[in-house]
Design a protein around this ligand. Structure first.
Ligand code: TUI
Length: 312
C-alpha cells in the first residue's frame, strides 16, 4: 500500500481521517496515526488555544505524524493557522474556503499543506500556490458539501494535478479505497467510517444513528443559503427543509442549526441536533477500533488490487 502519499507524509497506509467538526479530537487523531494512517484534529469553530491543547494531548499519545484541519469559515481561522505554524504540526488540511493567504506561513515551517477542494478550478489554484497534495471531496461526504460526486471529481482533478490527489466522499471499505486508487488517487480520506470507531468520543446515540442508517437516510440542508450541509435525516432536517421550501429567512434557518452539531455530538440529541454524516453511513455496520479498521481496510484493498493485477 505504498503510494506517493505514504512517502510524502511518512505514514504506513494512504488513509487519512477527515478533520470533522466537534468529532475529530485528540483521542481519535492519535489512534488513527498510531494505526498507520494520518490522524487529524478538526479545529472547526474552536478557539486557537483549544487547538494548541489538542495538539499537545495528541503528542502525549503518539510520536507519529498527525495533522490539523483549519476550517476557513471559522472566526478563529487566523489564530488557528498561527497555532498550527507555531506548533509545527506535520500536516495542515483546510476546508470551506481557500487557504492561499496562510500558505507561506505554513510552508516556511516545512508543514505539508493539503487543501480540501470540491472543484477542478480550486484544485488548479491550490497547486499553483504551493499545495503538497489535494483532497478531492465529492458531495457524498458529510458536512459542508460541493456539487460533484467523488466518481466525477477525482479523475478530473487527477488529470490537472501533478501533486498527489486524495479521494474523499463515499469511501468506507477496501472496495472504495481500491476504486479511488483506480481513479488515479494516491490515497483516501474517510470521515464517517472513523466516527463509528471505539476511540471516537462522540455520544453513543450519534454512533448508533450511523450504524442504523440506510442508504437513503442523509439529507442536504442549506442549499438555498449557499451553505449546503449533509446530515442524517431527523426532526431537525425535516423542519429545516420545510422552512427552506417556504422561503424562510436566514435567521429562522440559523436558529434551527445553532449549536446543533454540538447538541448531537456531546448531548446525544440525534432528533433535534445536526448529525453530520456521509451517504456511506448505510454501509457501516459495526464499531471497530481504529487498528482493527485499518487492518481490515488494508487487507480488503490488497486483495482487490492483487485480483486486478492477476486479471491484467
Ligand atoms: O469543509 C468541509 N466540510 C465541512 S466544514 C464543516 S463546519 C460547518 N458547519 C456548518 C456550516 C458550515 C461549515 C462541516 N463540514 N469540507 C471541505 C470542503 N471545502 N467542501 C467544500 C469546500 C469548499 C467550498 C467552497 C472549498 C472552497 C470553497 O470556496 C473556495 C473559494 O473559492 O473561496
Amino acid at each position: 500500500m505504498q503510494t506517493e502519499l505514504t512517502k510524502l507524509l511518512g505514514i504506513s497506509y494512504p488513509i487519512i481521517q477527515g478533520g470533522m467538526a466537534w468529532v475529530a479530537e485528540y483521542h481519535l487523531a492519535a489512534a488513527v496515526s498510531e494505526a498507520g494512517g494520518l490522524g487529524i484534529i478538526g479545529a472547526a469553530n474552536a478557539p486557537a488555544e483549544w487547538v494548541r491543547e489538542q495538539i499537545h494531548k495528541t503528542r502525549e499519545l503518539t510520536e507519529k505524524p498527525f495533522g490539523v484541519n483549519v476550517m476557513l469559515m471559522s472566526p478563529y481561522a487566523e489564530q488557528v493557522a498561527q497555532v498550527a505554524a507555531e506548533e509545527e504540526v506535520s500536516v495542515v488540511t483546510t476546508g470551506a474556503g481557500s487557504p492561499e493567504k496562510y500558505m507561506d506561513l505554513w510552508k516556511d515551517k516545512g508543514i505539508k499543506v493539503i487543501p480540501v477542494i470540491a472543484s477542478v478550478a480550486l484544485a488548479k489554484r491550490m497547486e499553483r500556490c504551493g499545495a503538497d497534495a489535494l483532497v478531492a471531496e465529492g458531495c457524498e461526504s458529510g458536512g459542508h458539501v460541493g456539487e460533484s460526486t467523488t466518481m466525477v471529481l477525482v479523475p478530473q482533478v487527477v488529470d490537472v494535478a501533478s501533486i498527489p490527489v486524495i479521494a474523499a466522499g463515499g469511501i468506507a471499505d477496501g472496495r472504495g479505497i481500491a476504486a479511488a486508487l483506480m481513479l488515479g488517487a494516491a490515497g483516501v480520506q474517510m470521515g464517517t467510517r472513523f466516527v463509528a470507531t471505539r476511540e471516537c468520543q462522540v455520544h453513543n446515540n450519534y454512533k448508533e444513528k450511523i450504524l442504523k442508517a440506510k442508504d437513503i437516510d442523509t439529507r442536504v440542508t442549506g442549499r438555498s443559503t449557499g451553505h449546503p450541509v449533509r446530515t442524517l435525516r431527523n426532526d431537525m432536517t425535516k423542519k429545516y427543509l420545510e422552512l427552506e421550501s417556504r422561503g424562510a429567512t436566514l435567521e429562522e434557518l440559523e436558529y434551527l442549526t445553532l449549536g446543533a452539531l454540538r447538541k448531537a455530538v456531546q448531548e446525544g440529541d440525534v432528533k433535534n441536533g445536526s448529525v453530520m454524516s456521509g451517504q456511506i453511513a448505510g454501509l457501516i455496520k459495526e464499531e471497530l477500533t481504529c487498528r482493527e479498521l485499518m487492518e481490515r481496510l488494508v487487507r480488503e484493498t490488497d486483495a482487490l488490487l492483487m485480483g486486478a493485477k492477476n486479471h491484467a
